[in-house]
Design a binder for this molecule. Structure first.
Ligand code: TXA
Ligand code: MG
Length: 316
């Protein structure tokens, strides 16, 4: 883990990676949510290479990562609600979508031509060290090929990105394991575009009610059907596995050769942290399908169920 390697090693890894970004290269960057594949937000050629490496449709905009509120306020026009959320949850797993700022710090391509921009300040020390060393906003989608589960370990990030990255930072296993919460603060009420570790309840405690969920389904351009998907098909809310199926259990359950328990003690945070790596591990066994136990929908359970339903192709 980067933390145990000491501050000097972390600083030199960050400065090497910052040099790679400044030269137009791509960098594997750990965050507390999932690993990202990073590029200089202002460099359209680098961003074009990033879309190509991920095989990501260019109409799906990227998140600009920043050191904190001061830089965010140059990237985006943040209203009082946005500032309240940033003060409450940054650095951390919350992305704010707001009208784009006038400084041109995030190129058109990274925003997919929209007049809005997504911005977040991550709390992983290696990500913050890279942002400090680089000095400007860094765009970083999850480091998976488009449509695949996000990588939550360094090895998975390397496997997903092949030789696309010019530098890579090993930050250990991602603490949260699910992508950041995305909330849009544009005209009208705030909208939850992607549930995550900053829960609906936590957001509402700061800015009041969010718009009804059914209005949000198609708002975030990246929220396509069968996102985060393994190769095997998924069977949700399963009580047990059928013949040939792998099983993602939750809570006490009998062990077995194809059983992966997301959290034996039924802890949602533990299940979130394990979800994508266990989906990958189950998929690697080439099962006839992956059966997944029912997961409660409260708190972090909303984000877990969102990812599972998308991986199963149930939501459009
Ligand atoms: O946790 C995370 O957010 C990770 C780490 C690496 O920071 N990043 C991540 O990026 O998940 P990505 O590109 O896989 O997901 C970004 C999401 C997409 O659903 C995208 O459509 C949405 O944010 N998004 C970005 N800009 C937007 C905008 N201007 N309006 C609406 N949605 C936007
Ligand atoms: Mg992604």
């Amino acid at each position: 883990m980067a933390d145990s390697e000491g501050p000097n090693r972390q600083t030199s890894a960050a400065s090497r990676a910052a040099d790679a970004l400044a030269g137009g290269g791509l960098v594997i960057m750990p965050t507390e949510t999932v690993y990202g594949l990073a590029a200089d937000a202002a460099n359209a050629a680098a961003v074009a290479r990033l879309y190509l490496a991920k095989r990501r449709p260019a109409f799906n905009p990227l998140i600009a990562h920043v050191t904190g509120l001061a830089l965010a306020a140059r990237v985006a026009r943040l209203d009082a609600r946005a500032i309240g959320l940033a003060e409450a949850f940054w650095p951390g797993p919350l992305t704010i979508v707001a009208p784009v700022g006038e400084d041109g710090l995030v190129c058109d391509l990274a925003r997919a031509g929209l007049d809005t921009v997504a911005v977040r300040s991550p709390r992983h020390p290696a990500a913050l060290a890279l942002l400090e060393a680089f000095g400007g906003p860094i765009v970083a989608p999850s480091a998976n090929r488009s449509g695949r589960p996000s990588p939550t370990t360094f090895a998975d990030a390397v496997a997903e990105t092949g030789n696309a990255a010019q530098a890579a930072i090993d930050g250990g296993r991602c603490e949260i394991g699910l992508e950041s919460t995305v909330v849009a603060l544009l005209d009208g009420p705030p909208r939850l575009l992607r549930p995550g570790a900053v829960t609906r309840e936590a957001l509402e405690a700061v800015i009041g009610p969010l718009a009804a969920a059914h209005l949000d389904a198609k708002r975030s351009p990246g929220r396509a059907t069968r996102h985060y998907a393994p190769d095997a098909s998924l069977r949700l809310a399963a009580r047990a596995s059928k013949r040939g199926e792998a099983f993602l259990a939750f809570g006490p359950s009998a062990p077995g050769p194809m059983v992966f328990n997301l959290s034996p003690s039924a802890d949602l945070a533990e299940a979130a942290a394990n979800l994508f790596s266990f989906l990958r591990a189950a998929d690697a066994l080439a099962p006839v399908a992956i059966a997944v136990a029912e997961i409660p929908r409260t708190g972090l359970g909303e984000a877990i169920n969102d990812r599972l339903e998308r991986a199963a192709g149930h939501v459009g």
